[in-house]
Design a protein. Sequence first.
Lengths: 119, 104
Amino acid sequence: MARLNPESSVLGPTTRVTGRISGEGALRVEGNLKGDLAITGPAEIAEGASVEGNVKAETLEVMGSLLGDAIASGPIALRSGSLVRGDLRGSEVSIEPGARVSVRLDTQFELDLGSHRRR
Amino acid sequence: MAGTVIGEGLSIEGDLTSEEEVVIQGSLRGKLTSSDAVSVGSSAVVEADVNAQSLTIAGQVTGDVNAAERVDLQAGGRLIGDVKASRLTIADGASFKGNVDMDV
């Protein structure tokens, strides 16, 4: 077995999954997923990878493409070169320069606008 | 390095196709196709027809399996389904129910 950590899963670059992936642990998508993803650990969509479906994970890092909604209990990061369309909900959402996005953001932090005004 | 690893806690309902080595430790229901080696680990539960270059089974497989090279059913492994492969080994301690076609 190449990877010793049983919690860690990878869909390699030539791997295509049509269907639903769910369960515990982390997943790194380097290939192609057409369908929903719901995992308890962190999810990563690597450069050149694509996901068409909704993603639910602990955290989400996108370097490839995501067409679908994403919900993370932790942060969502859209890296440079990523292509993302959908609704995003996370504890925080970061979008790097160079990311191509068409998204609706729903983050859970409060904007403290009052303190700026008082200064 | 295995190209694709489905960890123990993960389950897939659907089709998986690949051109690289696939290691399943979790569960898969649907169809599994790889032009490289496929390994079904001891914790894995696969309910799918499997097409692969070669197939190693240490867990549970329910479905017909077709390997271009060989099928190895290891001790503790359990296969219910027909096998089509030119080479087949069944280890002591493995369970198997199905037909074998060695293409002779």
